[in-house]
Design a protein around this ligand. Structure first.
Ligand SMILES: *Cc1c(COP(=O)(O)O)cnc(C)c1O
Length: 223
């Protein structure tokens, strides 16, 4: 095949990131060999969407990989994710927080989570509504979940060619993130991650202030 290889594509993505931006390489539907090749280039942060896929791949790959769970998580699949996850990005309900806390406590571990906010106009996307989330956090919610650490917010913009709309959705999420950070609420001392941006809208997410991007296609090629 012609075209740039994995190392070149990884370098090209990294070149777009301001210093301090975390890069999660999205490895859903990629083989263990593909992931190993990225690992051999020195990359350690990988993102998976499907609980069973994470469970199955994790034991076949080096133990120092930091696995990010970025997909929509159902309560009954939490058990596959909690033992392996470094950070869970898509936490979108109270019920899910409760189950993550319960499972993490049972394993005697603490678990970092990002709260997903519904910023897109599409019904199919998940997440808390902005007002709902602020009200929830104002009840010192983060202190109720002893095994969880609330680390920040995650969002997905609308799947549209209207770049202005995507930018304004990301800007709205960034505003909410800064509002929460400056709220001084207890339990949010380490609330410092804003996960937004994928291959198609990376530049817009960075322009809006993302400090963690989740990139699959631009690194691994088309799925
Ligand atoms: C698949 C996926 C990505 C990466 O998408 P690409 O377009 O391949 O970069 C990022 N975030 C989430 C939540 C995803 O499901």
């Amino acid at each position: 095949m012609d075209g740039p290889g994995l190392a070149e594509r990884l370098a090209a993505v990294k070149a777009q990131l301001p210093p301090g931006t975390a890069l999660v390489a999205v490895s859903k539907k990629r083989t263990v060999a593909e992931i190993k090749a990225l690992y051999n280039l020195g990359h350690r942060d990988l993102g998976e969407n499907y609980p069973q896929e994470l469970r199955d791949k994790q034991p076949l790959l080096p133990a120092d990989i930091r696995w990010h769970f970025i997909g929509h998580l159902q309560r009954n699949k939490v058990k596959y994710v909690v033992p392996h996850a470094h950070l869970v990005h898509g936490v979108d309900s109270l019920e899910l927080l409760e189950e993550l806390d319960r499972r993490a406590s049972a394993l005697g571990r603490s678990l970092d989570v990002l709260l997903q906010v519904h910023i897109a106009r599409e019904e199919t996307k998940h997440g808390f509504l902005s007002e709902e989330l602020q009200a929830f956090l104002a009840t010192s919610a983060s202190e109720r979940f002893k095994a969880l650490r609330f680390r920040g917010l995650m969002g997905m913009a609308s799947n549209t060619t209207d770049r202005q709309q995507v930018l304004s959705e990301f800007q709205g999420l960034a505003e909410l993130y800064h509002r929460i950070r400056s709220s001084g609420l207890p339990g949010l001392e380490q609330f410092n991650l804003l996960s937004m941006g994928m291959s198609g809208d990376l530049d817009l997410a960075l322009a809006a202030g993302s400090n963690m991007v989740r990139v699959g296609t631009a690194i691994f090629g088309e799925r």
